[in-house]
Design a binder for this molecule. Structure first.
Ligand SMILES: NC(=O)c1ccc[n+]([C@@H]2O[C@H](COP(=O)([O-])OP(=O)(O)OC[C@H]3O[C@@H](n4cnc5c(N)ncnc54)[C@H](O)[C@@H]3O)[C@@H](O)[C@H]2O)c1
Ligand SMILES: [Fe+2]
Length: 419
């Protein structure tokens, strides 16, 4: 077996009421003050208050930075660094979704590694020398697992690009996964962020770098998500919301250490160019990319289908279980009432070629289990554009693979000749 590396938080707490442990953990580390990074909506709907109440009760000095938008920008980071440096702080507490936690990570890294303050140089595997300012991450969505990953994603508006930054120096020291902070998510946000978590679990399970330990975490995450997402989103059941918090974290433990794939590679350009919410982009693209990857995943789709609750997968042929895994994901997207075509989210079809170019260059794309060309990515975007848009006939038996065969990837042959 090759040597494999796992980088995780020093400490993590899970479950309702876990925020109360922040104060003790801060004391243990001798942190007497905190720079709280959050966003305006979370302050307004009193989600941030769950954490600041604890700090006030314990007389811990804190300041707040909340100038962060979803799909956070370089400016959000640079303004945050300026705010942070106005005073002296012992740690950063990030209270929010992936956008907030990612911004907090970037602020912590740049403060300790000022050579990287233009942010763009942090893209890819960053060569920082110093550990970040200690970050305590408190997620308020159950999706990105940014609290346990060594990644952060910042949007470069000038170059219309999402910068995926990978750096072990950014791992938060403490993660607090408290379902009380996730309960207020509106239905669509809970559904889309949950599908981001499922995408992490499936891409983390099938990515090139996956191995036994990451597979165990990814599969368990798929199982937990499949059995809890609908009850968490539609039923608003507390135990299901709690399980989603745990599941997204497990998926994060895996993918952070082994990588992702083409779904994320194709979702990032949608976020960068059209501000598409990350979970919406992933939920929409996941089935199409799964179809494309199917023939490069060995027996793994059998276990994905099983974990998604499909019965009798043991008796299924390769074609059948591959189709069953994709269908189970499609069914979930439908049940959660999320968009399933790019047309529905108003992506202009004349831009698909540019998107394919961007996705081909994305940091996540090389992790895909199947090597992919720009033309094949364009073909997948075309297929995802509209259900009526049959890029090619495909294999009538499987509906898989042949659709993306080299023959079908010449854009001149496709119905969208203008692309
Ligand atoms: N670091 C990583 O490993 C990683 C992984 C995947 C995605 N990401 C990045 O994370 C970002 C997406 O993060 P996200 O999906 O968590 O959403 P988000 O942080 O962008 O939040 C979306 C919106 O939901 C609101 N919100 C968050 N929690 C809420 C709650 N409990 N109640 C009510 N409203 C709430 C926020 O205020 C915001 O307006 C993207 O930029 C994506 O690229 C990072
Ligand atoms: Fe993601």
């Amino acid at each position: 077996m090759p040597v494999n590396r796992m980088v995780l938080n020093e400490t993590a707490y899970f479950g309702k009421g876990a925020v109360d442990f922040i104060a003790d953990e801060m004391k243990k580390r001798n942190f007497r003050s905190a720079f709280v990074v959050t966003d305006k909506e979370l302050v307004e709907c009193q989600v941030t208050g769950h954490v600041t109440d604890v700090l006030e009760r314990e007389n811990i000095k804190y300041g707040i930075y909340d100038d962060i938008k979803p799909n956070p920008t370089i400016e959000n980071v640079q303004n945050g660094v300026k705010e942070f440096q106005r005073d002296k702080w012992d740690c950063i507490i990030a209270v929010g979704g992936g956008s907030v936690i990612d911004t907090a990570k970037a602020i912590g890294i740049i403060h300790k590694n000022p050579d990287f303050s233009d942010v763009r140089v942090l893209e890819g595997v960053a060569d920082t020398k110093n550990r970040s300012m200690p970050v305590i991450a408190v997620p308020t969505t159950a999706g990105t697992a940014a609290e346990v990953t060594i990644n952060y994603v910042i949007t470069d508006n000038e170059n219309k690009k999402k910068l995926v930054c990978i750096d072990t120096n950014d791992i938060p020291v403490l993660a607090i996964v408290d379902s009380d902070l996730m309960k207020s998510m509106p239905t669509k946000l809970a559904a889309s962020t949950g599908m981001d978590a499922l995408t992490h679990a499936i891409e983390g399970y099938t990515t090139k770098g996956a191995w036994e330990l990451s597979d165990t975490l990814s599969l368990k995450a798929i199982r937990l998500i499949a059995s809890n997402i609908v009850n968490a989103v539609k039923g608003r059941e507390e135990t299901a919301i709690e399980s989603m918090g745990l599941a997204q974290y497990m998926a994060g433990m895996a993918f952070s250490n082994v990588g992702l794939g083409l779904v994320h590679g194709m979702a990032h350009p949608l976020g960068a160019r059209y501000d598409t919410p990350h979970g919406i982009a992933n939920a929409l693209l996941l089935p199409y990319v799964m179809e494309f990857n199917a023939d490069s995943t060995g027996e793994k789709y059998r276990f994905i289908a099983q974990a998604m609750g499909v019965k009798n997968t043991d008796k299924m042929s390769e074609k059948e279980y591959r189709k069953a895994a994709v269908d189970a994901v499609k069914k979930l997207v439908k049940e959660l009432a999320l968009p399933s075509t790019l047309k529905e989210i108003n992506i202009p079809d004349i831009e698909l070629k540019q998107l394919a170019e961007d996705a081909h260059n994305d940091v996540c794309t090389p992790g895909n289990p199947k090597k992919v060309t720009k033309e094949q990515i364009l073909c997948i975007y075309q297929k995802a554009y509209s259900k009526d848009n049959n890029v090619s006939e495909g294999d009538s038996k499987t509906g898989i693979n042949k659709t993306y065969s080299d023959k079908s990837i010449n854009p001149a042959d496709s119905p969208q000749k203008e692309i």
